[in-house]
Write a protein that binds this ligand. Structure first.
Ligand SMILES: Cc1cc2nc3c(=O)[nH]c(=O)nc-3n(C[C@H](O)[C@H](O)[C@H](O)COP(=O)(O)OP(=O)(O)OC[C@H]3O[C@@H](n4cnc5c(N)ncnc54)[C@H](O)[C@@H]3O)c2cc1C
Length: 410
């Protein structure tokens, strides 16, 4: 068969969520990924608790739970080697329970997700790299590319979804990336064993030249991710640099001293970017392809799943009206902007804050004496509380007044 309702480029969380959603709505879907799964990915590997209901709706949460993943109850954060502050996610208003975040190796998570998509009846093309789009006038109606044998292929559909991540084809073909703001960042990651003192928190240690996220993941392993200013990385090997910077911070040293790295260090450019609107019909971007925020707040997977949900609604409406024009599909951009713009602003503010020792220390002190403020922030970052609770809920005033008055007293 070579005529689908929808073709999806990319089998990461965004592409799989889109495939399952459209499949549940009864559409004929094909998904192409250039990789052969299981494939790995540099990631903090913890998923905002706000993602649980989406994974449940898509019918994958039970299968993820069957992997016996770690469940983290919040973050333990230190500012420039200060005492760690443990912040739990706040009680859910729906269930009256405290939610937790899944911590699962991406290699397992993404392979499981793709398997569920395949079992649902979506046609999967692994090791199929999409290199171009097929057009009918100004509408995308298919994709072209190469399979693992370098044999060209063409697939036709009424609509194409690009879920190709931060290096998605559409970003390059249509020059959609907005100039990245701020300094360039680079991330290094590896799994370890024998890491001590990891309780049920993701440990975030902020200090120069960047920060780390360390959390238990899988069976008796830890994922250790370091994100730094790219300018800090010079002539050293990746391994030497990674270990030197990790061990420079006394908090990390304490946790990692008896640990052992289990694999080569992987590195990836990690600078946030925005995306311009698509200039043709028949094409929708989801997940990281639609913009990437610094991973400090660790919510890319949630945003990918949620952006696919929002887009699937609009695509479904497009099928009902037989309208895949750029104007109609722009409804998705509008909805996505309404839902995520506050979050993106918060992420940018936090990034600025953590690279400034004075404010980072001050805000940490303020959070340490106000549990309600701390949990509200964790709830917003964990996608279980709306961002307006920080902006409009009287949050910022006590946070800053508290931190400055405390500092004055010292
Ligand atoms: C250092 C770092 C730490 C992070 N930590 C966290 C965290 O703790 N929690 C969290 O929620 N998020 C985190 N993120 C973000 C998270 O990894 C991403 O938001 C998420 O992977 C986005 O999913 P996606 O499906 O959009 O893209 P991806 O997961 O990147 O999937 C894209 C897929 O598309 C395929 N593809 C690309 N181009 C083509 C093509 N032309 N043809 C065919 N296939 C193609 C790729 O092979 C890939 O499988 C982190 C990111 C970084 C860089």
């Amino acid at each position: 068969m070579n005529g689908f309702d929808v073709i999806i480029i990319g089998g990461g969380p965004a592409g799989c969520a889109m495939a399952l959603d459209l499949n549940l709505r009864g559409y004929e879907v094909a998904l192409c990924d250039q990789a052969k799964f299981p494939r790995d990915k540099v990631c903090g590997e913890f998923i905002s608790p706000g993602a649980d209901p989406i994974l449940e709706q898509l019918g994958v949460l039970d299968a993820i739970e069957a992997l016996s993943p770690q469940r983290l109850k919040g973050v333990a954060i230190s500012s420039y080697e200060s005492q760690e502050l443990e912040i739990d996610y706040p009680v859910s208003r729906e269930t009256d329970l405290r939610p937790s975040s899944l911590s699962v190796p991406r290699c397992q998570l993404d392979a499981l997700f793709l398997e569920r998509v395949q079992n649902a009846g979506v046609k999967i093309f692994q090791q199929h790299k999409v290199t171009g789009f097929v057009f009918d006038q100004d509408c995308v109606v298919g994709v072209q590319g190469w399979d693992e044998n370098k044999t060209p292929f063409t697939l036709k559909a009424k609509l194409v979804v690009d879920a190709g991540g931060r290096n998605a084809l559409s970003l390059k073909k249509f020059s959609l990336k907005r100039q990245a703001q701020g300094r360039s960042r680079i991330a290094f990651a590896a799994h370890w064993q024998g890491v001590e003192g990891l309780n049920d928190y993701c440990h975030m240690h902020v200090s120069q030249p960047g920060y780390t996220g360390i959390s238990a993941v899988g069976k008796s392993q830890a994922n250790v991710v370091l994100v730094v200013d790219a300018s800090a990385y010079g002539d050293e090997t990746v391994e030497t640099f990674y270990h030197r910077v990790l061990m420079k911070n006394s908090r990390r040293r304490k946790i990692l001293l008896n640990g052992e790295r289990l694999e080569p260090v992987r590195s990836v450019e990690s600078l946030g970017f925005g995306v311009k609107p698509v200039s043709c019909g028949g094409l929708v971007l989801v997940g990281d392809a639609m913009g990437f925020i610094d991973p400090f707040t660790g919510e890319g997977i949630y945003l990918s799943l949620r952006s696919s949900q929002i887009a699937a609604e609009v695509i479904h409406a497009g099928f009902q009206k037989s309208d895949f024009s750029r104007e109609f599909l722009a409804g998705y951009n509008k909805k996505r902007h309404e839902e995520f713009s506050g979050k993106f602003m918060l992420s940018r503010a936090l990034q600025w804050l953590i690279y400034n020792k004075y404010f980072c220390d001050a805000v940490m002190k303020s959070l340490s004496v106000n549990q309600n403020l701390a949990e509200t922030l964790a709830g917003v970052i964990g996608d279980i509380r709306p961002v307006r609770e920080i902006v409009a809920g009287g949050f910022l005033a006590p946070l800053f007044v508290g931190c400055f008055s405390k500092n004055r007293r010292q």
